[in-house]
Design a protein around this ligand. Structure first.
Ligand code: NDP
Ligand code: MG
Ligand code: MG
Length: 330
């Protein structure tokens, strides 16, 4: 069993007296900065002018251009989109880093795939909450947190690990549990999870199920309820008590069907494809494609996004959700 760190595991506060610059004020950025401020830390925001900068000012933060924030800070947490971090680092961060600073990330991508190569005299660590930013903030306000990972890539000061742990405590994560990982493990497992299961696997499964029913002549509205809407209820049960609790809660008919039909859909062949996805992540093929497409104005990415937005399940779903005020569709 992996070692789990809680409040008591973190002695003192290695962030005391340090200025923390959060670079970016989006999903993760707003949550990290507000949580850290609420736990008594000195936080400033480094960002370009725009909607996020306005939101940060509205929340009462001092906002600076990225280079200014880096100059002022001891700990620099980069929470800008992964695909722009390389250029942002080169132009607005690297020239202003000082020996003994800590450079931090919410995801290991750019360090692991060598897009960013920090100098030897700074600490490099990551703190990755295992959940979206709005939950990182909301659960903190409720007195809990989202479990998080941390990892140290480079320990220049001899304190990198303690600073990283203090950071996890500062965002509240040690209230519920923090695990240590490496940049390699965090990056590869995070990408695999979102591609094969959480995002890619699930959307492909839902879509194929919807199409199968609609092509067989069933009403799209009924198909939507059966394969998308109810998914949340099932996933909630799995979240609370694993497959066992979910299977305990569904009918015997559903449970029997689960055992006999699930493996007919997700087969040994599917698992072999998952291994291919993992290989592409591990050998850098995925990262290279993503980075190159970004250089190309995200032509492929935006094309795929547009194609998916046009799927029938989205139009049907929008109409049905409008009829269900209890579903939060803001
Ligand atoms: P978002 O897209 O939500 O936010 C990005 C922020 O960066 C925005 O405030 C944006 O401001 C700002 N930004 C964009 N371009 C620039 C620029 N050129 N200079 C300065 N600021 C800029 O990102 P996420 O929070 O989703 O992701 C941030 C990091 O956290 C990533 O490394 C991601 O992998 C990681 N992560 C994300 C999770 C999530 O749930 N979203 C979960 C765990 C980790 P503007 O409004 O001006 O565009
Ligand atoms: Mg991710
Ligand atoms: Mg049913």
């Amino acid at each position: 069993m992996a070692k789990v760190y809680y409040e008591d595991s973190v002695q003192g506060d290695q962030l005391e007296g340090k200025k923390i610059a959060i670079i970016g004020y989006g999903s993760q950025g707003h949550a990290h900065s507000q949580n850290l401020r609420d736990t008594g830390h000195d936080v400033i925001i480094g960002i370009r002018e725009g909607k996020s900068a306005d939101a940060a000012r509205e929340a009462g933060f001092d906002v600076f251009p990225v280079s200014e924030a880096v100059k002022k800070a001891d700990v620099i947490m980069i929470l800008a989109p992964d695909e722009i971090q390389g250029d942002l680092y080169k132009n607005e961060i690297a020239p202003y880093l000082e020996a003994g600073n800590a450079l931090a990330f919410g995801h290991g991508f750019n360090i692991h795939f060598d897009v960013i190569q920090p100098p030897a005299d700074v600490d490099v660590f990551l703190v990755a909450p295992k959940g979206p930013g709005h939950l990182v903030r909301r659960t903190f306000e409720e007195g809990f947190a989202v479990p998080s990972l941390f990892a140290v890539q480079q320990d220049a000061t001899g304190n990198a690990r303690d600073i990283a742990l203090a950071y996890t405590k500062g965002i509240g994560a040690t209230r519920v549990g923090v695990l240590e990982t490496t940049f390699k493990e965090e990056t590869e497992t995070d990408l695999f999870g979102e591609q094969a299961v959480l995002c890619g696997g699930t959307t492909a499964l839902v879509q194929a199920g919807f199409e199968t029913l609609v092509e067989a002549g069933y009403q799209p509205e009924i198909a939507y309820f059966e394969v998308l809407h109810e998914l949340k209820l099932i996933v909630d049960l799995m979240y609370e008590g694993g497959m066992e609790k979910m299977r305990d809660s569904i009918s015997n008919t559903a449970e029997y069907g689960d055992y006999v039909s699930g493996p007919r859909v997700v087969t040994a062949e599917t698992k072999a494809r998952m291994k291919d996805v993992l290989t592409d992540i591990q050998d850098g093929t995925f990262a290279k494609g993503f980075i190159e497409d970004n250089k190309n104005g995200f032509e492929k990415f935006y094309g795929l996004r547009k194609e998916q937005q046009g799927h029938q399940i989205e139009a049907v779903g929008k109409e049905l959700r409008d009829m269900m005020p209890f579903v939060n569709n803001k």
